[in-house]
Structure formats: C-alpha cells, structure tokens
Design a protein around this ligand. Sequence first.
Ligand SMILES: *[C@@H]1O[C@H](CO)[C@@H](O)[C@H](O)[C@H]1NC(C)=O
Ligand SMILES: *[C@@H]1O[C@H](CO)[C@@H](O)[C@H](O)[C@H]1NC(C)=O
Ligand SMILES: *[C@@H]1O[C@H](CO)[C@@H](O)[C@H](O)[C@H]1NC(C)=O
Ligand SMILES: *[C@@H]1O[C@H](CO)[C@@H](O)[C@H](O)[C@H]1NC(C)=O
Length: 528
Amino acid sequence: MHIYINIYINEMSSLLAASVLLVLSLPGLSAAQQPHVVLVLADDFGWYDVGYHGSEIRTPNLDKLSAGGVRLENYYVQPLCTPSRNQLMTGRYQIHTGMQHQIIWPCQPYCVPLDEELLPQLMKEAGYATHMVGKWHLGMYKKDCLPTRRGFDTYFGYLTGSEDYYSHVRCYHIDPLNRTHCALDLRDGEEVATGYKGLYSTELFSQRATSLIEKHNSTKPLFLYVALQAVHAPLQVPERYTAPYSFIEDHNRRMYAGMVSAMDEAVGNITLALQQEGLWDNTVLVFSTDNGGQTLSGGSNWPLRGRKWSLWEGGIRGVGFVASPLLKRPGTVSRELIHISDWLPTLVVGLAGGSTDRTKPLDGFNVWNTISKGFASPRLELLHNIDPLYNDIAPCPGMRRQLTLAQVGSSGRSRANSGFNVSIHAAIRSSNWKLLTGYPGCDIWFPRPGHSSSESRSSDVDPLNSVMLFDVEKDPEERNEVSAQFPTVVDYLLNRLHKYQQSALPINFPADDPRCDPGPTGAWGPWA
Ligand SMILES: *[C@@H]1O[C@H](CO)[C@@H](O)[C@H](O)[C@H]1NC(C)=O
Ligand SMILES: *[C@@H]1O[C@H](CO)[C@@H](O)[C@H](O)[C@H]1NC(C)=O
Ligand SMILES: *[C@@H]1O[C@H](CO)[C@@H](O)[C@H](O)[C@H]1NC(C)=O
Ligand SMILES: *[C@@H]1O[C@H](CO)[C@@H](O)[C@H](O)[C@H]1NC(C)=O
C-alpha cells in the first residue's frame, strides 16, 4: 500500500554534455599499500541489539572486533533501507537524488539515478577488485540499474527486500493488477540463481563472502560489500541459534535474538577467512546497520525514542564500528559526528587513495583521520532528511498525535522569516542540536526488552510540536523539548532547512508498473 506520485527528475543532459574528463595523476598509494576494505551492512539492526550496548542478545564477534577497533557512538544512518544504501553508494543526501521519500518497491520503475558515480565504481577506478553479496534495494527495473552495471565485478544476492530467508521468494501486491505475486529474488551476477532453496541466507551470504576472500588474489586490493539480509523481518532462524535464548519470553524477541546470533557468527566467519588468507593485517572492516531496529519485529533501540521509519534517534542513530590493524588508536570510542554518507569519501579518498573529482557534489566527508587518529570530525552539520510526502505505514501504539500548523501559532513564535514549511517531515543536526519539524514518525519510548511497558506510556509527556529542538548530546532520549528556550537556534536551523530544501530535486516516486510481473515461473528482475 503506497501513494502514487509521478514526479520525474528534470533532464540534466545539457549539464553532462559540458563535463570534461580530466586525467588525474594521483598522489595515491601503490597497490601493495592500498588496504582491503570489507563493508558489512546489517539490516534493521537496532541500537539495543548489540552486546556492547548492554543487550541481552549475545554478539561476541561484534563485541570483540569493535573493542579492538573504534566504536562509533555518534554515528547516523537513514531511517530506512533504500535511503541508507542510496547515501552509502553515492555519498549524497536523499534530497540530492530525488529519493527523499520511502523505499523502492518491487514494481516501481526507478533506481539510483544513472548519472551518479557509485562507491564501487570509484573503488574500481582506484584499482580494486569489487564484489557484492546480499541486498541491493537500489532499483532494478532495467538492467543498467543492476549492481554489476554499477561498479561491482561480481554480485550474489537479491534485488528487493523482505523475502523469505530459506526460499528466497518475495511476495508483493502489484497495485495496478490488484494481485499479489510471489517470485524468487536471488541472482548470481545477472542470472537468476536457482538451487539455493532451503539454505538460510545469513549462512549462504557469509559462505559466498568467505569464498570470495579465499579466491582473492591479494596482489590486488579487495573491496567487498556484504549487505546481509539479517536481521530484517520475517523472523526466521535455524533452531540452534535460538536455543541459548530460552530465557527470552517474547517470541519475536527470541527469534530475533537467534537471527542476531547468526549474523554475529557470519561476521566472525568473514573475519576468520580474512585472517586465514593473510589479508587481515591490511584490511579495514566497517560494520554498520542500515537503520534503527523495527520494534514490531523483535528489534529494540532502547533507551532511544522511536524506531525504524522515524527521524527520532531510535530510527537513525546507528550501530557502527571499524575494526582494523591499521587503526592508529585501536580500542577507542569515537563520539564525533559521522554519517553513512561519509563512507564514500572515507573509503575512496581516505583509504584507497582514489578520487571523487568526477562525482556530483558530495554531502559526505572523509572521516578517516577522525576514526583512525581521533581527530575532530570535519562534519559539523547533518541533514537527516526532508520529505514532504512522509507517511508512516506501520501501526504506532497509542495513536500518536499528528500535528497541525495551529499548534505552531500557539507556541507564540513567528516562523515567517525562515520560509520553511514546518508541516514538512524534516530533521537537521548541528553540533549538539537537533531540530525536527512536522510529524517525525512513531514517537514512543519503547520499553527495554523483558521490562515492563510502563516506560513507553508517554501520555504525561508534552504533545508533539511542529517544531521541536533537542540538545541530543545531553538528551539523546529526546525527552526535553527546548525550542522555547533557544529561539535563535531554532531560527538558524529552520533557515538551514530552507536552504537545503531549495537545493532538493523533485521527489521521484513513480507508480507501480504492471510490467514488473515476472509471470508464473519467473523471478523478480529487470523488465524495462
Ligand atoms: C482487489 O481484489 C480483491 C479480491 O481479489 C477484491 O475484493 C477487490 O475489490 C479488488 N480491488 C479492486 C480495486 O479491484
Ligand atoms: C560459520 O562457519 C562455520 C564453520 O564453517 C559454519 O558451520 C557456520 O554455518 C558458519 N556460520 C554462518 C552464519 O555462516
Ligand atoms: C595474482 O596476480 C598476479 C598479478 O596479476 C599474478 O602474477 C599471479 O600469478 C596471480 N596469482 C594467482 C595465484 O593467481
Ligand atoms: C506544507 O507542507 C505540508 C506537508 O507536506 C503540505 O501539505 C502543505 O500544503 C504545505 N503548505 C504550503 C503552504 O506549502
């Protein structure tokens, strides 16, 4: 179920025609010095679901790797799958690719704009072998959108999202046909991959990743992107992984805990393969979630407010760390502001010695010195998103209060000067301040797993305002709304939002194309 909006990005071909190819002489590193880069992205892995945040879920591999690396504790992702992956691959905010609204549904005819240079293309240009395993979710309606056409030498994985972990089948209601269609979504390269039915995807993908590592010729630097299906719904996991969690009473949480354990083991297996193949000493391993946990499917972001799909900290403050023998200050915790869009310049420029000169203007920063040496982050501001079409499709307990502009008037401050429409779902961060406008999404403080739900009731809490300001350094739980005390900060951040909105591309969110139907025996994949 989603709304149909047909706004297409303006043709920019005239601009492209003027672009000039420059031959660059890189001051870069020789191939032998370029580190291998392994980027592991977990799906819907929540703040309170990793052992080192105090979770009852055991993640010994993530705990150990991050303890010997650098834990990123002021690290942000986007609140949803496609948006985080989009920013990871482009180094640019969603508003700059026309993808500020929701995710790409299986039958929508669009993908990350083809004139964007993606991370694997840049790594390849810097001399890397580039491989991807797992979830793409960046569009596939035509072949030019596929990972193998966008910089990856090899690909094994699925193109949409939410499929079955064993059958690799995804069911989707094709709106214009008014029919739900279930079809396989698994590919090896561009070919449909049959023959993997019954194999649990967390194991399947980690096996493919370790086999790529084993086959890798180490004279070339390796870029391996492992986008695990874990720990997204549906809640499916072999019983051996849930066995240690008989003490968890909640069924969803227990299944989810098992899925997290399998994922933790996958990361352990990948790391072990890097060590056994002699690559580890020259490897940088990045681990990140794509968004906050989904409380409806066993995830938890306690004590943070909100969840996946929302701009509250529970939706966007991500679990992330870097593990590598190359870190200058291993065993530290970074509280510097870092965002998922920062990986592109960090990996390409900071690690590969490559160039981002041919990309469109980046929103990400090279934060390698911040992570490795503890330098201050070059990032002073972070646009979380601006989405005038926002709607939260999942039920939120207590029917939270959607707002009206009338409430802004009642706060007694004029917003006339900023020019920003505060009914729009948006959020921005600047140093310790976070400003939210419109309806940020489900605003519950979900209780700590296994504890009473009394903490989640927020009827005694102020109603939501159209403009809210939090000092998230002091108040990461977003409990004390302070816009009335800091009107100058509010005005400044509204002006910044207005500036960003002026640079936004029109939203591209086309209606389902019925030609996506793969037919009775087909697989989801390019149709145009
Ligand atoms: C869609 O199909 C269902 C049952 O197959 C039917 O009840 C419903 O009326 C249909 N909706 C439309 C808009 O045709
Ligand atoms: C990790 O490796 C072990 C040993 O090969 C294997 O039994 C297990 O299934 C692997 N786990 C995952 C999640 O791939
Ligand atoms: C690895 O690549 C180098 C350089 O291309 C080549 O000389 C060597 O034979 C390769 N090693 C293996 C085991 O394929
Ligand atoms: C402000 O934004 C809301 C939500 O996107 C929209 O419904 C409304 O029409 C906008 N108002 C103006 C004056 O543009």
